[in-house]
Design a protein. Sequence first.
Length: 679
Amino acid sequence: MNRTDLTVSRRYPLLTAYLPLAALAAMTAGCTINEGGAPQRTLDEPPATWTIFVYGHGDHSLSLSLVNDIQEMSGADLTEDVHVVVAADFNASMALDESGQTFPEGTQWLRIAGNGAMEEDLGVDPEQNLDDPAVLAGAVQKAFERYPATRHGLILWDHGGSWDGGFGGDTQNGTAEPKGMDPASVARAVREGLEGAGLTGARPLDFVSFDTCLMASTEVAFELRDVAQTYIANAELDYGDGWDYTETLSYIARHPDASMTDIAVSEVALWNKHHENSGQLMDTLLRSHAAVDLTRYDAYVDALKHVATVLQEKPDLASEAARASFFSLPSYGFSAPTPVDDPSGTFHRDGGQFFRALEASSDPTLADAAKRARQALEDAILDTSQGSLRTTTQEAGWQITLPSFATYLSPPADSPASPSLSDIYQERTQRFQEAVPWGAMLDAVAVANDGQAPSFSLTSDATTDPKGLPTLQIKITDPDAASALLFVARQDEETGALIRYGAVASGTVENDGEYPFEWDGELLAIGEGENAQPVYVKKGPSLGVDPRTGETAPDLFVILGRLSAPEQEDALPCALLVEQGSERATMAVVEEAGNPAALEIRALRELLPDAQFTPILASEDPATGALSPVSGKPMTLDDDFVTLGSMPAPVGTYQFRLEVRDVFDNVGSSKVEVTVAAP
């Protein structure tokens, strides 16, 4: 990519303080490969207690975040008994600051001196692809071989995307599309590097951590269960500041002989403190960070196998499994959606929540198996930090794959020659499938789906309203019905196309339920007066039901658009987030090269002062149903929030469309037309 990437972080706040320019200059001046100025222990010295190696995979839009974290490490109160070694690869096409100085090329090897001192230069390797498992293996071997210790920790720093997205994303200084490493390749590379450093046997690492998004996953941790004693990762996007390196490394230095349980619990508590008071909506609601005892992971795997086997052998329980899956909310992973994307959402859901739902099964064998799996997972989890919505819905903080069963066995509609999600899952989690027939179970549930849309009715009555505005009546008549979404569109008089304005109501539904909806003749809009323009509001991540009250938590809605700025060659997908019942969007999710980043609008303005948000509607071809985006008017982000208001619906013919989903994610739709006349 020969352009300046948007410097957005998987963390917030965005960086305002970087390594001193002199320090960065020292990285590139006078260094030779595998040589450096840092003192090393001689062979007759006893090893340190700890060596912690950070694989700083930052050759992409997160280079500044990596600098920020290196500064955090340098602020730790370290002793000679704790080595912290960093291999840092930056995006050399990115500017450090307004002076135009760019990041250095190659992999910079640093030893963190701590106590506020400058990092010690250990030399520079030539430009490498940190997505290459051989590079990871070599780096692990080099770090632990060069700095022997009795205890060892590995932090894999970068983008993360669970089993499907993998770890990494090296742009080769902005010249290549990143590919990343699948979790199995990561595990093999780490094991190879450890063996090369003479660290063999069962679980030679005290801990392994992904300081990334989305890697607290059943399938990912399975690959690394024999590499380390403890596994630390995020189940959700990292909306905040990642690890608290200053305090966590200081704790380890103060307590070098502490048990891994104590260290893991301390890390989670410090991570939680780092995030819970960030003032950032998504972090407050949806953060999810966990530490797991891998010595107990095999018991969880065995219990999981039992759940999968029961469901695979009893197809009559498929509806129960699908319902438990559908309502395992909020799910994990939020991207900036578009008006034409697949609405079925993420397939990363909470394992503990799923098992808890199945404990209420009508089948005692399944209920018992689910209880065992939940208890085994809870036994393995040492501690978690959860957002308020995840705590409310009693999530465990641990992903497992639970897809949309209506589409799971089929290739994408727009690419019939491509593999199905089932095929991809089986291929990328092969070792896990050999131990647990989870993929086969998902196939069995999907096969049991009848493929029929749920049954319901939608009627309109405008006779009682003086303006002729309708009251819609929704009647559900399907035992598998689960949720409903109502949106409005206007027919373009010139083209006949339907211009979609997005969601006006949504929620869970039940069989035999009746749900009225009164329209006030207003469209959701941003801007004021003559500058007001309608926006496409789409339902965001479902936030589930509070099991203690039975009440549905407020949904998040998204205003769809594109973000542009003079510094950016291409506009990027952007979604402004609004909590149901609120009138303000203070948060944006921006997507770059498939990697979503959550930022406060305030921070976005600091990063790109001239940024503009262009709302996008969707045009639907009445003959084919095909959707295409329609751009609105650009608006400058000149405040710390965007106000979501309303405007009178222009004169014309409107269509209300109701979509009802069942627990398998089959969708049925119905529509009614309404005319808005001139006053």
